[in-house]
Ligand binder design. Structure first.
Ligand code: CP3
Length: 341
């Protein structure tokens, strides 16, 4: 049994004394010990070496009194397993030499057993669970099918992902074949992660907010919901849709246990759109962690008052920035842990 149940209690809607807290991208570049490893091993080597992935997952846990760990990995390991050779290029980010452009590219995608293609993630889960020693729960994750399509078609990051969007708009039928393939493989992957011991899963739809509400339903939500339907009977599911406030009402009617929100919506509006019936997670502006410790402390506590203590998981509205001073991240966590009604 896991000792600190705050995070799982909040996901279940059980009464809590204070909200749980973790930070998206907490196992990342703002940690000096992470940057030290970075000089020795390239990014995907760190993902593919279970001992390293487990060690990195534990880094923020050792530093801060956070209520959940998130497995160190990347959303792009899924398309890699399907045969797309993503690399992480210095000052470019994710890069794919031959992005998907045609039906035959989609036909060529592979569907190997998860233990074969992503066995290293499963091993990392086993190791991490051992190291965590039931102190706090472990979150597993995947990208949303739409967000994976964005990288698979664009071949790299983009502000607009217009290639990915035109791929969908020009030939929706073909896009749906690709989205369904990614969805089916993602479901198998997440179910395996659950089998190996993750206590909750989060779906990152980082680029959902680039779509209109109508296109979001068609190209993103439709597939996220398939993942929720398959996973929710086994494990709590959190959906984080960056910029997707317009879809919160639809999302709240699904079997997800929690919805992540970014800082472009007020807590009050997010509660209103979701009818107060679902746990919300977020939404501190990551750039606010670059302000003064006093401001971070008071604004983080105000965020709790605005969301309410129950059915709430304190977090950032997106990943922590690499240039955030450690003390400021610490103050953010402290503000939540010390919160009293
Ligand atoms: O949250 C955590 O601590 C767990 C680890 C995690 C990483 N990536 C590690 C990582 C998680 C949950 C992700 C998810 C991810 N990866 C997303 C969705 C979340 C989001 O932020 O929107 C996306 C879009 C990716 C794809 C990806 N991987 C990008 C865009 C980048 C950044 C590239 C850059 O140079 O800025 C990565 C690299 C990455 N993934 C890093 C980390 C710690 C930085 C790696 C490094 O340069 O050493």
């Amino acid at each position: 049994m896991i000792k600190n149940t705050l995070f799982l209690d909040a996901l279940k809607g059980k009464h809590v004394e204070r909200p749980p807290v973790w930070m998206m991208r907490q196992a990342g570049r703002f940690l000096p010990e992470f940057r030290a490893l970075r000089d020795k091993y390239d990014f995907f080597t760190r993902c593919q070496t279970p001992e390293l992935a487990a060690e990195i997952t534990l880094m923020p846990v050792k530093r801060f009194p956070i209520d959940a760990a998130i497995l160190f990995s990347d959303i792009l390991v899924v398309p890699q397993a399907m045969g797309l050779n993503f690399e992480m290029k210095e000052s470019v980010g994710p890069y794919l030499e031959n992005p998907i452009t045609s039906e035959s590219d989609i036909d060529r995608l592979q569907n190997p057993p998860i233990e074969e293609s992503l066995g290293y993630v499963l091993e990392a889960i086993t190791l991490t669970k051992k190291l965590l020693d039931n102190q706090i729960p472990l979150i597993g994750f995947s990208g949303s099918p739409w967000t994976i399509l964005c990288y698979a078609v664009e071949g790299k990051g983009s502000k607009t992902f217009d290639k990915a969007k035109s791929f969908c708009f020009k030939n929706p039928k073909r896009a749906h074949v690709l989205l369904q393939k990614i969805t089916d493989y993602t479901i198998r992957y997440l179910l395996k992660k659950v089998e190996y011991g993750v206590d909750a899963v989060q779906i990152f739809d980082s680029w959902g907010g680039l779509l209109s509400p109508k296109d979001y339903d068609e190209f993103s939500w439709n597939y996220i919901n398939q993942i929720i339907e398959s996973l929710a009977p086994k494990v709590p599911v959190i959906v984080f849709g960056k910029g997707c406030w317009y879809a919160l009402q639809t999302m709240s009617r699904s079997k997800a246990s929690a919805l992540g929100v970014d800082w472009t919506i007020t807590p009050q509006k997010a509660r209103e759109f979701t009818g107060g019936v679902i746990t919300l997670q977020g939404n501190f502006d990551p750039a606010k962690l670059l302000s003064s410790p006093e401001k971070i402390y008071s604004e983080a506590q105000q965020m709790i008052r605005d969301f309410g203590v129950q059915r709430y998981i304190a977090n950032l509205g997106h990943g922590i920035l690499p240039n955030v001073p450690l003390e400021n991240a610490e103050v953010f966590i402290k503000a939540i842990v010390e919160f009293k009604e």
